[in-house]
Design a protein around this ligand. Structure first.
Ligand SMILES: O=C(O)CCC(=O)C(=O)O
Ligand SMILES: [Fe+2]
Length: 483
């Protein structure tokens, strides 16, 4: 990162910025020629369609007379056999030919400023505001020195929004609000091209609303989120996100009372092996069913895992890095030819009584300082056709491979359960309820580690092979209509 800043930092040198101007010229030239070519092709297709339409109108006046003329019949057949096919081919080729321009634009993107450059540039503007006590609204209008306004240097609403978001991230709420306000003031309803850049009044209000909600000014925040009178779907999502963030924060810093009506026992019934070597179990919840196992990972196994590790950053969604989940991980498949992996899998079967076939690979996850996994549900909530093909995660077992000095608990805020990582213990819970529906109460998170390093082994267990093992759970896979 340090090298990159030295090699290619655009924000602090005019010479580097000159290079950027040339890149912008090239981008504009490339995109203009792309648009010109598309326009030309669009015009030709339009003309071809118009002449086809004229023919159609003629035909509709009197079908019989039209088709009675053999020349017309021939032309109809020829049109539908060849001309339409050619037209479709021409349109799709027009798209293919345009690809060169798009690819060129992608190549040029390598030379464009990165998020880091934008951050540096925002920091530059922010320090001007700070040191010279300038007002964001004045800067937005192009006034750097009082009495000397250069309208050509005025900022766009998108620029102001970006600066507002920078200040929001820097926790300078007052200044962020001033930038959001400037963004709204400079918003011009007639500039249709905002659509291309994903800008709308609503998006500015949403950023502002989120800022206020974060700083606990809920009523003011909601008024921004509900600018169009009714609560829009985006603001509903933001409200949900905000509520779950608050729940996550409260639950991570709370200590839950010991749950009532639950007990400890030895599990000697799930498998034949458990009969000879019962497992120490402590019930944590009945809904969702959740138990804590003590001493189920051996010291030697933990040593092996920690030596074998080759961790890679954990990703979410479509293979993206995200602040939602900041950890590293490594997968150990069941067929991995290693005694430790095989014996942990056997123990997981003894603990759960479930089949592990078709389940995700055993995953070793490591969280460093501040590392966490935000509030989430382990089941995917697939739509029915997908679920029948791949199945959802019926249960999860989380094995703690070591302790954490401070922080890092696994929390279940809907049921007031917080599990402290204890070396060698494991927690099992069901993500689906008895009707095979997602149990919202199984929502959970891994709180940020304060001091130390947290290692867990996760096994997400798939519902596909449990048909005869969990007869009380209705099975969507065998009977998708059952609810
Ligand atoms: O690290 C934790 O405590 C939670 C991990 C988790 O939720 C998962 O692996 O699905
Ligand atoms: Fe999870």
């Amino acid at each position: 990162m340090a090298n990159r800043v030295q090699d290619k930092s655009y924000a602090c040198s005019t010479v580097a910025l000159m290079k950027l101007l040339r890149v912008e010229d090239e981008l504009v030239r490339n995109m203009r020629s792309y648009v010109a070519k598309l326009k030309n092709k669009h015009q030709l297709v339009h003309q071809a369609l118009s002449s086809m339409r004229a023919e159609e109108r003629h035909m509709k006046m009197d079908y019989e007379a039209y088709l009675g003329n053999p020349l017309n019949s021939f032309r109809l057949i020829h049109r539908l056999h060849r001309e339409w096919e050619q037209l479709v081919r021409y349109t799709s080729e027009a798209q293919q030919n345009a690809r060169g321009h798009i690819e060129h634009a992608h190549r040029l993107r390598m030379l464009l400023p990165s998020a880091l450059d934008l951050e540096e540039a925002s920091r530059g503007i922010d320090s001007l505001v700070d040191i010279y006590e300038l007002q964001p609204e004045e800067l937005a209008a192009g006034t750097l020195v009082p009495g000397n306004t250069q309208p050509s240097a005025a900022l766009s609403p998108l620029d102001c929004l970006a600066l507002g978001n920078y200040c929001k991230n820097e926790r300078n709420d007052r200044r962020a609000e001033a930038w959001f306000n400037a963004s709204l003031e400079r918003y011009d309803e007639d500039r249709l091209e905002y659509v291309v850049f994903g800008l709308s009044r609503k998006s500015i209000h949403n950023s502002w609303g989120m800022l206020l909600m974060k700083s606990q000014q809920e009523t003011a925040g909601m008024s921004h989120l509900n600018t169009e009178g009714e609560e829009n779907s985006l603001s509903k999502d933001i409200r949900k996100h905000y509520d779950s963030q608050m729940m996550y924060k409260r639950a991570c810093s709370a200590v839950f009372r010991a749950p009532a009506h639950l007990h400890c026992r030895y599990n000697s019934s799930t498998t034949a092996f458990a009969r000879i070597a019962p497992l120490k179990m402590e019930e944590l919840s009945h809904d969702p069913y959740m138990v804590l196992f003590h001493d189920v990972v051996y010291e030697s196994e933990m040593d092996w895992l920690l030596n074998a590790k080759q961790l890679k950053a954990s990703l979410v969604g479509h293979y993206q890095y995200s602040a939602f989940r900041t950890s590293k991980e490594q997968h150990f498949h069941e067929y991995y030819n290693e005694a430790v992996v095989k014996s942990i899998h056997r123990r997981l079967t003894d603990m759960t009584g479930l089949s592990l076939i078709e389940s995700d690979a055993l995953t070793l996850i490591n969280y460093g300082m501040g590392g966490h996994y935000d509030l989430h549900h382990d089941s995917h909530n697939y739509s029915e056709p997908n679920r029948i093909l791949i199945g959802d995660r019926i249960a999860t077992v989380l094995l703690y491979v070591g302790e954490v000095d401070s922080g890092g608990a696994t929390i279940f805020p809907y049921i007031n359960v917080s599990v402290r990582p204890t070396k060698g213990s494991a927690v099992l819970w069901y993500n689906l309820d008895d009707a095979a529906e997602i149990n919202a109460k199984a929502m959970h998170a891994g709180c940020p580690v304060i001091v130390g390093s947290k290692y867990v082994l996760t096994k997400w267990i798939n519902e596909m092979r449990q048909l005869f093992l969990t007869p009380c759970i209705r099975n969507k896979i065998s009977n998708p209509k059952s609810r």
